[in-house]
Ligand binder design. Structure first.
Ligand SMILES: NC(=O)c1ccc[n+]([C@@H]2O[C@H](COP(=O)([O-])OP(=O)(O)OC[C@H]3O[C@@H](n4cnc5c(N)ncnc54)[C@H](OP(=O)(O)O)[C@@H]3O)[C@@H](O)[C@H]2O)c1
Length: 303
């Protein structure tokens, strides 16, 4: 089977196509025929070597967390799935998604709602779980509380905004000037321009950061007493001016939640914008687009 791998850390051009044997599912596993892979910023950070000190890897490495496809082969001791079932997952523990086929534990797989095609489904696993876990498990805003979401038109930021609004919070989106209308359309109540505007309203009860850096740290000075700061950004939000330390939130696998998120979003026709769909062979172009910033939405590889 075809994969996209790299044998040395470096720029997007280190990504190369290679052939690997078709993997055979062992006990508890399924083999998925991948149809679409969502490209995440983390994929580019693994490739560049930025994550090497955080978690050393053996090269060559196939990156890619977010896959959507169909069940192709079923290993021993798996129940509840049949060949052809449409499934999606975040391969949070293994990566390896830039491939024609992947193995997954049955317990990590979620079913794709009928309303979503493979590309739309592949945009959701990591951003969806990260955005919802950030809000529902960590920020836990009370109804009516004020939450600052930085990068609110990014993939995680949009879904964090969705999750916060669902809990009845008021969301202030800190975005680029060109993203203000989009942030309001995605559910935010107010917008400010990150790095340019200061905040003059009542203090934030919570900060949910997806950007990191000095500008986001500066806005944290408007935190209410007993307020909280959480960040998913890589590298995480930090700085001497933070009134309380920022708690780093790492996404964890939760297929039941992913299935719930897929259903919730499909019901209200809320989706992450897809700006480019490229063949798997053009993974290097996909990485360049994501690394350049300003893409305005998800880049998806079609397999
Ligand atoms: N901790 C975890 O488990 C976890 C999980 C998933 C993601 N992450 C991290 O979370 C971050 C966001 O991921 P994502 O998938 O949401 O990425 P994304 O879709 O690229 O979104 C990032 C958003 O932040 C905006 N942004 C970046 N720098 C900005 C600045 N200086 N001022 C204003 N806006 C700025 C981007 O706008 P432009 O496109 O215009 O730059 C974009 O809208 C990344 O660092 C990613 O690695 C962490």
């Amino acid at each position: 089977m075809r994969v996209i791998e790299f044998s040395q850390y470096g720029p997007a051009s280190v990504l190369q196509q290679a052939d690997r044997p078709l993997p055979e599912p062992s006990s508890g596993q399924l083999r998925i025929k991948v149809h679409a892979v969502g490209v995440n910023p983390a994929d580019t950070k693994w490739r560049s070597g930025m994550m090497q000190s955080f978690s050393p890897k053996t090269l060559p490495l196939v990156v890619g967390y977010d896959i959507a496809g169909v069940v192709d082969a079923i290993g021993p001791d798996v129940t509840g799935f049949a060949q052809g079932d449409r499934v999606f997952t975040a391969l949070t523990m293994t990566m390896g998604g830039y491939a024609e086929y992947v193995l997954s534990d049955a317990s990590w797989l979620a079913r794709i709602p009928a309303e979503l095609d493979f590309a739309a489904a592949a945009t959701l696993p990591t951003p969806g779980l990260t955005g919802f876990q950030l809000i529902e498990e960590h920020v836990r805003p009370a109804s009516g509380s004020l939450v600052l979401v930085t990068g609110a038109t990014g993939a995680v930021g949009r879904l964090a905004t969705f999750a916060a609004k669902r809990l009845g919070a008021t969301v202030v989106a800190a975005v680029r000037a060109s993203q203000r209308d989009e942030a309001l359309a995605a559910g935010a109540d107010h917008t400010i321009v990150l790095g340019e505007d200061d905040w003059s309203g009542v203090p934030f009860d919570h900060v949910a950061d997806t950007v990191g850096g000095n500008a986001a740290a500066k806005l944290c000075t408007h935190l209410a007493p007993n307020g909280t700061i959480h960040t998913v950004a890589m590298p995480p939000l930090s700085g001497e001016e933070l009134p309380v330390p920022a708690q780093f939130v790492a996404v964890h696998p939760d297929p039941a939640k992913l299935e719930e998120i897929g259903g919730l979003l499909a019901k209200v026709a809320f989706s992450l914008p897809i700006v480019r769909q490229l063949p798997l062979a053009e993974a290097a172009e996909a990485h360049s687009l994501v690394e350049a910033g300003g893409a305005g939405g998800k880049v998806v590889l079609l397999v």
